[in-house]
Ligand binder design. Structure first.
Ligand SMILES: Cc1ncc(COP(=O)(O)O)c(C=O)c1O
Length: 361
């Protein structure tokens, strides 16, 4: 087989899929500020373009392409109280002119962070008053049926947009990263990213499998679980990755289970419960490089990434890519920012504020 055969088939199949483009691609790939001693590249999906960014924009390009091809006239999704995916779906709905319904976890409270923006985009939010995923999904299904009964044609998107169609966004993203890295003269050794519903991980795995099938050296992909046990997440991501390959008519591309790496040791007590390591990583990124992370997803993943780099598992000169999947809007919700050591300088003793004679203050 010629060297680029699977990757060129992949590109052709992706180009044939229904897709509505929203993102500004490629997203930047930047080195963490050089004055820090951690050689990490950051893939900036927080700067992906509309609706204040995040990985879900990539998935929604393919999901919305599918929705429009099916003549849907309403969007319906489900998420946690501070769901980034729900906020971005609401933004998409506003852009393409489709009413959007969001089923959200937690109690109905004064909207802030992601919920505030979702409402600003005009989405209708539903609050069944539970955090139980089974109950939220049952509510979503019942709502979909109610909409059908009212004569609507809803397109129902599961939590995190993690279907095989949604994962295509990250199959394309893997190809984008490889092209960017090659243009910069390196192939990454490892890609680290936050994972909760597994769609991001699945897409990256499928893309990696295609490159590997063509004989490329490919980066290890390490998913940092912020929601589930490693085994559950790995099983789901592997399944979704093979479904994504099948959708692209690439089911013959091998997807070894050994490539599916999930680390759930950074999760802490539960999803959305901050950890000390995550908070430290968040403050480090903000203060050393001006990069904003969030306590639910990217701070935990970045803490893991720094530890992996320090452990030098991939060697001192490894090219490590941290995939910044967004999430910054949650900073503007209750408890979204960790208590930070103050950096406000005290006024030096000799600094006194003198009134200008005659000024009225
Ligand atoms: C900011 C952020 N990072 C990472 C993830 C995880 O992505 P996935 O659900 O595809 O595993 C999410 C999804 O909820 C997210 O909002």
């Amino acid at each position: 087989m010629p060297r680029s055969s699977v990757v060129s088939r992949l590109r052709q199949r992706l180009a044939e899929r229904n897709r509505r483009t929203f993102a500004t691609l490629p997203t930047p790939l930047t080195r963490l500020a050089d004055r820090t001693d951690t050689p990490i590249w950051i893939k900036r999906d927080d700067l992906i373009g509309p609706w204040m960014g995040g990985n879900k924009v990539r998935k929604l390009e393919f999901l919305i392409g599918d929705a429009l091809a099916r003549d849907a006239d309403t969007l319906l999704t489900v998420g946690a109280a501070q769901s980034n995916h729900a906020r971005i779906t609401a933004g998409v709905g506003a852009m393409i002119g489709l009413p959007t319904h969001l089923v959200l976890g937690g109690p109905a409270t004064r909207p802030e962070g992601n919920q505030l923006l979702a409402q600003l985009f005009g989405a209708t939010t539903h609050h069944p008053g539970t955090d139980d995923w089974g109950e939220l999904e049952a509510f979503q299904q019942a709502l979909a049926q109610r909409l059908v009964d009212q004569g609507r044609r809803p397109y129902t998107i599961p939590v995190g947009g993690s279907t095989a169609v949604g994962a295509l966004g990250f199959v394309a993203a893997f190809d984008e990263l490889m092209a960017q890295c090659c243009a910069s003269g390196f192939i990454p050794d490892v890609v680290v990213h936050a994972s909760s519903t597994g769609g991001t991980h699945a897409g990256l795995l499928a893309g990696q499998a295609c490159y590997r099938a063509d004989g490329w050296a490919t980066p290890d992909i390490v998913a940092i679980s912020v929601a589930k046990t490693g085994a559950d997440l790995a099983r789901g991501a592997e399944q979704l990755a093979s479904e994504a390959l099948a959708l692209l008519d690439l089911a013959d591309v091998p997807l070894p289970s050994s490539a599916v790496r999930v680390d759930s040791s950074w999760l802490g007590t539960a999803y959305a419960e901050p950890t000390k390591a995550g908070d430290e990583a968040l403050l480090f990124a903000a203060r050393s490089s001006g990069i904003l992370l969030d306590r639910v997803y990217t701070a935990k993943a970045f803490a893991a990434c720094r530890a992996l780099v320090e452990g030098q598992q991939w060697g001192r000169d490894a090219h490590v890519v941290f995939w910044h999947t967004g999430g910054n809007v949650a900073l503007f919700s209750a408890g979204g920012v960790p208590p930070a050591p103050s950096s406000t300088a005290a006024y030096p003793q000799e600094t006194t504020i003198r009134r200008v004679p005659g000024a009225t203050a």
